[in-house]
Design a protein around this ligand. Sequence first.
Ligand SMILES: Cc1cc2nc3c(=O)[nH]c(=O)nc-3n(C[C@H](O)[C@H](O)[C@H](O)COP(=O)(O)OP(=O)(O)OC[C@H]3O[C@@H](n4cnc5c(N)ncnc54)[C@H](O)[C@@H]3O)c2cc1C
Length: 396
Amino acid sequence: MINVKEELCNHCGSCVKACPFGAIKIINQVAVIGEECTLCGACVQVCKACAIEIERKEKLIDFSRYKDIWVFVEIKDDKVRNVTYELLGKARQLADELGENVCAILLGKAVQDLCEDLSDYGADKIFVAEDDSLEQYYTEPYTSVLVGLITKYEPNIVIYPATKIGRDLAPRVAATLEVGLTADCTGLSIQDGRLLQTRPAFGGNIMADIISVTRPQMATIRPNVMKKGELIKGRATEIVKMPVKIDPKGIRTVIKEIISMKSSDVVPLDEAEIIVSGGRGIGSKENFKVIEDLADVLNAAVGASRSAVDLGWKPKSYQVGQSGTTVSPKIYIACGISGKIQHLVGMSGSDIIIAINKDPEAPIFNVADYGIIGDLNKVVPELTKVLIKELASRQM
Ligand SMILES: Cc1cc2nc3c(=O)[nH]c(=O)nc-3n(C[C@H](O)[C@H](O)[C@H](O)COP(=O)(O)OP(=O)(O)OC[C@H]3O[C@@H](n4cnc5c(N)ncnc54)[C@H](O)[C@@H]3O)c2cc1C
């Protein structure tokens, strides 16, 4: 329920500008909220006079009416990011178990063309909200639109990618709706009709299963943790257009320029098909050259353990693991990495793991498909030499 305290309203109009659904008018010097209101809360956040209040709690008691699994769609360079398809794959599996629908939530400018791909990857329904102001991700309008949609349609579960955008958006939505959120999940399953959200806890030493006592149940999931769903062309999907009207003056931040940190000749870690990673066993910053030489030959990305990063041998962006990037390449080559749990949670989804370590008892060998026991200073350059020869002979 939304109320305007008339005695506090100073008819400044900031709520009118902030409302993405065009639901507020100033009539007789008081803000009046119309039927288009979705309880998104954008007006509450901007009202300096504290004249608008929303009462949500009583709406959250009856869980039975909360239905369907929603996936927030992340767009980058006009394309749906791969992680969205991973989340759709998981959502499809959970929805089939619950007998509910998978819904994709697509926000942006002129994004309807992306619906086909979302449908092919498992969406039964797609909610589309288009507006010029949604072209770039901004916290406030994205939060308002999403909170509005959730309040109106009452989904059972909402999942977001644990990317920079998802990690910004999901907590804001959760706080506005006063519901729980489990961040950085590595597993989702259904138990007794509820969402079991699995994530590392206590420094990665245990995996905790978390359930929410509020609805919708919300979680962020790291890229490269879930497998993409099956691609089925021509699936019947309902598209629901959500009219929104965002006044750019209501957005408090402005993106002036997006500067990519990625250089064109470096393979990004989270998209690489092959990764060669180095740990403390590399011995020095300079010695990372042996890893880079092997990566060059394989057209692979270079990764590092946290120890290597903490020692200043590689920047943090190279770190694989619980507090770094989660990867799932076709081949992961771990050189001089012991295989502590915090590293394993970030790379155990790789198709083939090759470990090179001088200690035959190193835990990395427990997850490795192929293990080489030996000094990496001899093994890695030898491997690089053999591969160069092999590739040269193939080109002849
Ligand atoms: C909250 C938390 C979050 C964390 N997040 C991460 C994370 O995201 N990523 C991560 O990696 N870690 C993370 N850690 C740290 C993690 O617990 C380990 O300390 C770290 O992974 C160890 O890195 P390492 O394997 O390179 O080093 P070590 O454990 O010291 O292992 C070095 C290995 O190199 C081998 N070696 C040495 N010399 C040679 C040689 N010449 N040839 C071959 N092998 C050799 C040794 O036998 C050994 O197995 C986290 C820890 C905590 C508490």
